[in-house]
Design a protein around this ligand. Structure first.
Ligand SMILES: Nc1ncnc2c1ncn2[C@@H]1O[C@H](COP(=O)(O)OP(=O)(O)O)[C@@H](O)[C@H]1O
Ligand SMILES: [Mg+2]
Length: 267
């Protein structure tokens, strides 16, 4: 079944707080952010999506795929499940060496020529993490960041999952800017739980959570899109200075001023 949309029918948050919308439909190609303070129900919301909730979770929400209740096999057969959820705690249940695991997964999924796909997956993962993955290392020996990077790459390239849910990956040792840049190239539905302005303002819309319920849906209009461009440059500046600090360098005022001037002159 080719995925076109996933629809979330509203339910309840904590203390009978009602979701403000009756339903939200995410279309193929959309990027969505979920924002809100800790404990506001962000993880619960994406778990509802992943579980294909059918008025059977504490929120009483319901999920439709292409406007219908998803067929049983989508939940029961991993190869037919269109959703990949990656959190700070997701792990691989395998202690095979990385290349063997990826090769096996690629051959089961029949995603192109195994060798090529494995290489593509590793390259993708290595752009997301600062610590390159050695392909002969065992899956269980990967660091947190490496594991999350490989999970994302595996879901995008080998699993070819049309719907990818990412729960606060910026805290999981992932290069979020690189993740955004790379993911843009793939036509999927991406849902980011994030507070990162760069990701939130790049999204088509963001869902604001509070007290377990959906409080607001903010569509990213022209004004915010313009700001997003500037935020991107400020964020790049911060990332570059972070690199300098990490490398033990001094930060020079003239370099700093020059950089700020460049950003200002563009807008
Ligand atoms: N719709 C809801 N109905 C009932 N309980 C909820 C709901 N949303 C969140 N909760 C509860 O509130 C707590 C925090 O939710 P969580 O989704 O983990 O928040 P966040 O990810 O924003 O920090 C959890 O114990 C969760 O079970
Ligand atoms: Mg959470």
């Amino acid at each position: 079944m080719e995925i076109q949309t996933i629809t979330l029918m509203g339910g309840y948050g904590k203390n009978e707080n009602k979701d403000i919308v009756e339903s939200i439909t995410l279309k193929m190609g959309n990027i969505i952010s979920i924002v809100g303070p800790t404990g506001s129900g962000k993880t619960t919301l994406i778990n509802d999506l992943e579980l294909f909730a059918n008025r059977n979770t504490p929120s009483n929400r319901k999920v439709l795929i292409n406007d219908i209740i998803p067929p049983e096999e989508m939940l029961n057969d991993p190869s037919k499940n269109p959703i990949a959820l990656i959190t700070q705690h997701t792990n691989f249940l395998s202690d095979l060496p990385v290349n063997k695991f990826l090769k096996m997964h690629a051959s089961i999924r029949k995603t192109g020529q195994a060798e090529t796909v494995v290489k593509e997956t590793l390259d993708f993962a290595n752009k997301l993490t600062g610590e390159p993955i050695i392909e002969s290392i065992r899956m269980t020996e990967l660091s947190g960041g490496q594991t999350r990077a490989l999970l994302i790459a595996d879901a995008v390239i080998i699993g070819n999952s049309p719907i990818i849910l990412l729960d606060e990956i910026e805290n999981a040792g992932i290069n979020r800017v690189m993740a955004m840049e790379l993911l843009k190239k793939y036509k999927k539905i991406f849902v980011f739980v994030t507070h990162d302005p760069r990701i939130a303002l790049f999204s088509d819309f963001r869902i604001v959570m509070g007290n377990g319920a959906i409080q607001k849906v903010i569509i990213t209009e022209e004004e915010e899109k313009k700001i997003a461009e500037e935020i991107k440059e400020i964020d790049d500046l911060m990332l570059d200075f972070r690199k300098l600090i990490r490398a033990g360098e001094n930060i020079r005022e003239d370099v700093f001023r020059e950089r700020l001037k460049k950003i200002n002159s563009k807008h």
